[in-house]
Write a protein that binds this ligand. Sequence first.
Ligand SMILES: [Zn+2]
Length: 582
Amino acid sequence: MVKPDSMVDGSDWNADILAIVRKYALQNAVEYNGLGQSGSVLGRILGERTDLRNRAIELKKLVSIEVDIANELASKEGVAAARKALEETNPEALNRQKQIKKIGLKELPNAEKGKVVLRFAPNPNGPLTLGHARGVTINSEYANLYDGKVVLRFDDTDSKVKPPIKEAYEWIEEDYKWLTGKKPDVVIKASDRMDMYLQYAEKMLKEGFGYVCRCTAKEFKQLRDNKKECPCRVKTSPENLSDWGLMKDGTLSEGSAVVRVKTSMDLPNPALRDWPALRIQHTLHPMVGDKYKVWPLLDFQSAIEDYEQGVTHIIRGKDLMDSTRKQTLLYAHLGWKYPETLYWGRVKIHEFGSFSTSGMRNDIEEGVYTGWDDPRLPTLRAFQRRGFDSDAMRDFWIDLGLTQKDIAVSLQTIEAFNSSKIDRKCERRTFVRNPELLKIQPEEGGDCLMTPLSINRHPMNSIEGVRVWELNDERIYLEKKDIEKKLIRLKDYADVEIKDSVATIQSYDKLDKRSIAHWLPISMAKKAILTIPKGEEIIIQEGVMENFEISKGSVVQLERVGYAIIESDNDADIIQLLWLHG
Ligand SMILES: [Zn+2]
């Protein structure tokens, strides 16, 4: 093979640049089985060498030459050859995800190794979703980087609008462990710590930086929006404590009083003016029943708890900037230093745009979905059930990093991360959809080769060993649409001509460019059902699967179909497969 020297495209690229171009061209050819693309290679080069961005147009020519060479190597001599060439010069480039991991997260401000405390604070009103996975991943990853710890805090003080589910506490701990591989360093429930929140509220009332407001929400809003104080603001501390007693003992009804934090009625942002900290809530709580009549609102509870847990860094959505501002005003009253705060923008996953935890809960109760692990749902339980790799999911979120930009991505991006993680670990199996039975026979005068076939467990041998097919019967399964092609090659076996439900062997060697069909000898075929979640639908595909080492819970790549997990018991009469992705 002729490699271009630095003058081939007429430019004077130095050896460094040439090496980088070759590295990414080979990497792309390996990742896409000899179908590497110049655009994507150029993108990676300019990501590493920002200094070349003003020479992108010239660089493009060189990239296109090198991409052609790398693709040719991969398709003619095999991806293994391209992989080997890359390994010789740039072994680190073989694992692209690892590289991303290193650059995905920026440094935390004012972080001291061994002293960083982060927190992940879900409402236990359902198990964790794909969106929660971001918080778990980013916080736990920073804890790893700084030898710090993560507090898993259940923010379960709203028993009215988003009531907690008793079982969800455990589900969330399990989901956390699945995603990170370990338990959180600290686990607390806000509902366990109510007495402390109420003591802080009393301190506010005693020391005069909080008051019990008995105006209606509408009255207060009207005053607040006109920068006017409400009449409750000037109450003395004994008056406030007396109203506080009526709130706590259940005398006052829901909505008739709140405790407010005194800020200033002149603040430019109306939401910050004397914001509400605690309210009356008489609904039963799944963990503490009717023990408390007054409950903290999230901004207050979270502010107190971050201090109590020694949280050093808060990572939250940019839509919560007002929470930071409110809490900072409260911290000033208490003489505390507010944690470092970082923000991220929204990430919308196209396929799951409209799901909410409360919505899913309703639909499950109404039987629309079979449970929290229904494969159509964006819960971590559903991803786990389908055979997603938790490292791949972490890589996906780390790659997005902490940008404040709002991002919309497709599920396919996450699936691409997953493919790159699992492909080397997944054995191949044949699955013939809409199978029809054919007789196979030798050409007149010829012999039917009946010796067993040996087929690689993995096409690139990343899993060593072979699958052995016994050929002791004259009947085979083929997909209907392959039969209609008449002249096909049975993969790894022979070229055949099909006529009247009989396949006649023409040659064991590959004669021409006819299309290759996946097939199964009847001795190796077992009935199988593939369940494919597609949006709101469930698609069922029936077929026969290669009956070779069927193991419940393992993810296999069904050749030409996609990845799927085996859900049935090893000795079941019908193999149940659940679709992962293509
Ligand atoms: Zn008032």
